[in-house]
Design a binder for this molecule. Structure first.
Ligand SMILES: C[S@@+](CC[C@H](N)C(=O)[O-])C[C@H]1O[C@@H](n2cnc3c(N)ncnc32)[C@H](O)[C@@H]1O
Length: 345
């Protein structure tokens, strides 16, 4: 007989994944539907009824049904999900995109920046701040986070690092935890983000629309108006189908020579530039991303296949992109064959 605790654990795993699948990608061949527009109430996916939709890119296509997930939908989805987000992603789905992005920043520092740390950074769509402690050592100056969901951003704002003692060990360096302003100021605990804000990534050019989360002792209280040296964006662009506008906004916020490191989910088929999958997340063709970036003055450094997380026992396919801001637009003249630099991880 299966012990009671095991049953509870299995039920927890099942329901966590079901819930996440509703919010998040459920990668399967049925997600990528080509050639036809499908719009119907559709099969139930792991217990949730999801509308089966395919949105195709205006550049190539016929019938665009939506260029991004609306801000209202994002806020409602992630405000509800905030408290359980880390547990579900990290513990259940083995989410590793923040590690991959921060390691890429470190590689850039070592290989291409002569060991120079980034002077300033924006974590675009910071969520609960999972990348914060990983990226902090690579950014010398101000590092700010911004997210549309106030509940997600508040969790990022509460993050601090300190040197902790545990019962059986000596001091543990750089433990990350959450605490309020009183504890932070009383213990003089080191910052993680220098400022955390709520707002829409498409409005980053207008600092008045990006609101500071007050009351947690951060030193950067208004969103930086000067361009920064690094923008990271981890598992966020799956809420944007059309890449031209968002990449132009990022480019606008970057210094010449600054880096943009981000992830997307992979659209394996080549017929569309992007599609909305059954999970209501967008997947992108990597060459389309490269062309939109080039139009925005961002030159490709690398586009590498990687695994952001697992779902239903299968690897989710993703691409880790690194672009750098140039002072001239690299026209879309590079060969599409330069797409994959490295073999899959
Ligand atoms: C899957 S979570 C990833 C969070 C974090 N980057 C991480 O890797 O843990 C996606 C986040 O993107 C945010 N987001 C989606 N669209 C956004 C937009 N237009 N502007 C700002 N944040 C957005 C959501 O609120 C959510 O917190």
């Amino acid at each position: 007989m299966i012990p009671f605790v095991q049953v509870v654990f299995l039920l927890f795993l099942g329901s966590s994944e079901r819930q996440w699948n509703h919010v998040h990608a459920f990668q399967s061949s049925s997600c990528h539907i080509r050639g036809t527009r499908v719009s119907s109430s559709s099969p139930s996916i792991l217990g949730t009824t999801t509308s089966l939709r395919v949105a195709t890119n205006p550049e190539t296509s016929i019938d665009p049904t939506g260029k991004r997930t609306t801000p209202k939908e994002v806020v409602s989805m992630f405000d509800d999900f905030a408290e359980s987000f880390e547990e579900k992603l990290v513990d259940v789905l083995d989410y590793k995109a923040p590690q991959n992005v921060s390691m890429r920043a470190l590689e850039r520092i070592k290989e291409d920046r002569n060991g120079k740390l980034y002077k300033s950074a924006i974590d675009a769509g910071c969520g609960t701040g999972l990348i914060g402690p990983l990226l902090r050592p690579h950014v010398k100056g101000p590092m700010v986070g911004v997210d549309l969901s106030p509940k997600m951003a508040e969790l990022a704002a509460e993050l601090v690092v300190d040197d902790a003692y545990t019962a059986n060990a000596d001091k543990v360096k750089n433990r990350m935890r959450r605490c309020g302003e009183v504890a932070r100021t009383a213990q003089n605990i080191d910052r993680l983000y220098d400022g955390v804000f709520t707002g829409d990534l498409l409005q980053l050019h207008d600092a008045s629309k990006i609101k500071f989360i007050d009351g947690l002792g951060h030193s950067v209280t208004s969103f930086p108006t000067k361009p920064v040296e690094l923008i990271v964006c981890t598992d966020v662009l799956c809420y944007f189908g059309d890449m031209s506008e968002i990449l132009a906004k990022f480019s606008d916020r970057l210094q010449i020579g600054g880096d943009l490191i981000f992830t997307t989910e992979t659209l394996a088929q080549g017929d569309y530039n992007w599609v909305m999958t059954v999970s209501e997340r967008y997947a992108h063709d990597a060459d389309y991303v490269r062309r939109m970036a080039a139009n925005a003055g961002l030159a490709k450094v690398s586009q590498t296949p990687f695994t952001p997380r697992w779902e239903s026992g299968e690897k989710v396919l993703g691409i880790l992109h690194t672009f750098t801001k140039t002072d001239d637009v690299i026209a879309s003249t590079m060969s599409p064959n330069d797409l994959m630099d490295k073999p899959p991880l």
